[in-house]
Design a protein around this ligand. Structure first.
Ligand code: FPP
Ligand code: MG
Length: 341
């Protein structure tokens, strides 16, 4: 089996597919003014009496990405009713939890680059990065109390718990080289989709949505989050670091098995599976593995799964009284499936 596969070559430029349609940044433009308020609110919460600490926090805040998750709070709120100051606070909380989790994740993944900039762990060391994440989470408690709503606090606590459980489950199954499809989806639902779902649920809840609508918005966020992580895992395998702005190849480097690999293993005999597993985490065999994944249809399979999750997300929007109300959220689902291209 070794050396039986040719090395992959990039598609010639003429045949390379260009992403079409709206980008994720275009999709969240309708709430750009509110996102500015969310940024200002977060900055106001992260001011400390210590100059050095403020400098590190400023670097973390400057490196903020598209703010997709807080945008989901705002767009879900707007789809269901009126946006209020509570939405700004909830969007800020969701972004702070997300940023804290990435600070910790980059330590775990030993990542050097995030959003086109050196990670906090590289600039200031693992201890500072972990503690900065802890500081953000501590501020989340404070802002959460301001909301004076136990249901909101329950949703936030549950989401943060699911995030940690998903990441822990991933950690437990690292190195095994044989994660099942069920475990993979359980990890993804926890580490990524739970926060997407909470963002949409909270947006709808704060807009005074009826229970059925709030549940449907949470379901939209859950499916969208799963699709997001599948495409993120595809990017980790296939993307370019310049475009993604973060360290790629981390899943294999960290011995994490993602959906394309699971699909590949499902079609192999036990002997073939053992042979592939022995090469799986060897950086030198990466191109061979990529070629095998492409030839086996495993990349296409994962892309299809992401599309299916986006379709399920869009289906959940049927609960809204009009198509127009759900349009920005539908656009996000469409933009997401283009992300891995
Ligand atoms: C990115 O995954 C990481 C997450 C989605 C969640 C990380 C969660 C923790 C570290 C648990 C701590 C939780 C809290 C609340 C502080 P990835 O590595 O697949 O994506 P990447 O390519 O963007 O790094
Ligand atoms: Mg990571």
């Amino acid at each position: 089996m070794k050396n039986s596969l040719p090395m992959p070559t990039p598609d010639p430029p003429s045949t390379r597919k260009k992403p079409q349609g709206r980008s994720l940044a275009d999709c969240i433009a309708p709430v750009s003014t509110e996102l500015g308020k969310v940024r200002d609110f977060i900055a106001s919460q992260l001011d400390t009496p210590y100059e050095e600490m403020n400098r590190v926090l400023a670097h973390i805040l400057q490196g903020r990405g598209k703010m997709l998750r807080p945008a989901l709070v705002l767009l879900s709120g707007r789809a269901v009713g009126e946006l209020t100051d509570l939405h700004i606070e909830l969007a800020a909380i969701i972004e702070m939890i997300h940023t804290a989790s990435l600070l910790h994740d980059d330590v775990i993944d030993e990542a050097a680059t995030r959003r086109g900039k050196p990670t906090t762990n590289v600039l200031h060391g693992n201890e500072a990065a972990v503690l900065m994440g802890d500081f953000l989470l501590s501020r989340v408690f404070g802002v959460g109390i301001r909301c004076k709503d136990l249901e909101i606090l329950r949703v936030l606590s549950e989401a943060a718990c699911r995030l940690c459980q998903g990441e822990l489950l991933q950690n437990i199954h690292r190195d095994s080289g044989c994660v099942s499809r069920e475990i993979y989806f359980e990890i993804v639902r926890g580490k990524t989709a739970a926060l997407f779902s909470a963002a949409c649920r909270l947006g709808a809840l704060a807009a005074g949505g009826q229970e059925a609508v709030v549940e449907a918005m949470a379901e939209y966020g859950l499916h969208l989050g799963i699709a997001f992580q599948i495409t993120d895992d595809l990017l980790d395998l296939l993307g370019s670091e310049n475009v993604a702005g973060k360290t790629l190849g981390a899943d294999l480097a960290q011995h994490k098995v993602t959906l394309p690999m699971i699909h590949l293993f499902e079609g192999l005999s036990p002997e073939e599976a053992d042979s592939v597993r022995s090469e799986l985490f060897d950086a030198e065999q990466r191109n061979r593995l990529l070629m095998r994944l492409k030839q086996n249809g495993s990349i296409a399979y994962a892309q299809e799964q992401a599309r299916t999750c986006c379709d399920l997300a869009v289906d959940a929007l049927r609960c809204l009284p009009s198509d127009a109300l759900g349009q920005p959220l539908r656009h996000i689902a469409s933009a997401l499936v283009m992300r891995h291209r």
